[in-house]
Write a new protein. Structure first.
Length: 125
């Protein structure tokens, strides 16, 4: 937003007078076409829904905890699915590499998934 003043010079009097003043507002609009059929993809294990399978991208945890989870099979590139949850919702059970591992919600929130890697669960194993 800027204020613009137009001034005029009067040669006979040598004065500069205000002709008009106005405000200019500039806006840039951009539109992104959304696919109405697309479903938002989960970005962490916490956002994974039952029946969805995704690929683990990274573990954003302290080294000791990350190392222990990697020993349990939580390695980048592995497919993970939500197996179930305790009655209160915490902890949740995740299926990974043929095992079921329970994780607290705060830990699951720090395990990031690959963007666009949500896959329908494969029941043909």
């Amino acid at each position: 937003m800027s204020i613009v003043e137009e001034r005029i010079f009067c040669p006979s009097t040598g004065e500069i007078g205000l002709l008009r003043s106005y405000t200019v507002i500039r806006m840039q609009l951009s539109f992104r076409k959304r696919n109405r059929l697309s479903v938002p993809q989960p970005s962490t294990l916490l956002e994974l829904n039952p029946g969805e399978e995704a690929i683990l991208d990274r573990l954003d945890l302290p080294d000791e905890i990350a190392r222990r989870l990697m020993e349990l099979g939580f390695l980048p590139g592995q497919r993970i699915s939500l197996g179930g949850a305790a009655p209160g919702g915490d902890p949740r059970v995740y299926r990974i590499d043929g095992s079921e591992v329970a994780l607290r919600l705060e830990t699951a929130a720090r395990l990031h998934l690959r963007a666009g890697a949500s896959l329908p669960e494969n029941n043909c194993r």
